[in-house]
Design a binder for this molecule. Sequence first.
Ligand code: NAD
Length: 346
Amino acid sequence: MTIFSHPDFDNHEGIYAFCDDKTGLKAIIAVHNTNRGPACGGTRFWQYDSDAEALTDALRLSKGMSYKNAMAGLSLGGGKAVIMKPRGDFDRKTLFESYGRAVEKAAGQYITAEDVGVSPADMAVIKTQTDYVAGLDEGASASGDPSPVTAEGVFRGINVAVKHKFGEKDVKGMRVAVQGLGHVGYGLCRYLSGAGAKLYVADINADVLKRAEAELGASIVSTDDIHQQDVDIYAPCALGGAINARSLPQIKAKIIGGAANNQLATADMGQALCERGMLYCPDYVINGGGIINVASEVSGKYDRAWVGRKLDELEDTLAEIFRRAELSHRATSEVADEMARERLSV
Ligand code: NAD
């Protein structure tokens, strides 16, 4: 296994591997960049097939957090951790306690939060071993579930895109396809419906679809067809890779803006969307509301008014990306990466 010549190594500042025979812990904490502040990002708990796969995830995800935190205007760097889920039996509490001690050993270079496979209960266990943890449900400065703030940020970002692309002030009367009605997607649907948009929705969970139909008057569409609806806006809010070589030619929406991470299956999709005259809202910018909410907790005292001001700034940042992209005839994804790198070199 290589590190410095690894294809996803991007001058990461630190990569820490932790192992605890007694609890079965195998974790990697990757700190990508701390120029803006201590690295902050979630911990992923996943059954990796190999150490190399876990390292790749940690390297990629930590870089992504540097870009996301920078574009959200936070005084936080980028980091991410992965815990390799043990095969067979293990004691979850002692495993997460030992992971908490690992985070403590990183001595504040890395502040952890929730990610795939980690529950609020696991976070509470980590908290018993270290204070370098955020996104908690309970406690004096707890910020709780970030999803509602992510949904608000995505909704606001879509409005910025609507103004730029269509010259309209809001989504009233527009048709929006929302893929994935989970914590963020459903919240987004509520905002959109409240603003007068017509919703087309898809999910693998039939209950949530029925709810959207009954509560919001949404039209249900199959998961295979949601991306190719004849709509103004397409909001991927499920898994990554929604924009790929197969889906791209079928997409009719002129604006793509949703919560999902890693929406572009490959980097060249950004340019391909641009060439088709579609306005893509870079995922790690438009979905930055959640980390903004977490950042407020990291500061020591949760402040909803501060979160609101940061969401205002996020709108300005998106508008700036759209302007720069238009002026230079480049993909919004490319411009966002460029702006993130500028902000990281402060
Ligand atoms: P979630 O798990 O609550 O919701 C995902 C939804 O997508 C579920 O309802 C699931 O049934 C549905 N889904 C799964 N496969 C699907 C498919 N093939 N077609 C349609 N629907 C499908 O997750 P979430 O917290 O709402 O996050 C959604 C996305 O946004 C994820 O990619 C996540 O990484 C990203 N994100 C979330 C936050 C946050 O604050 N929660 C912040 C930033 C980014």
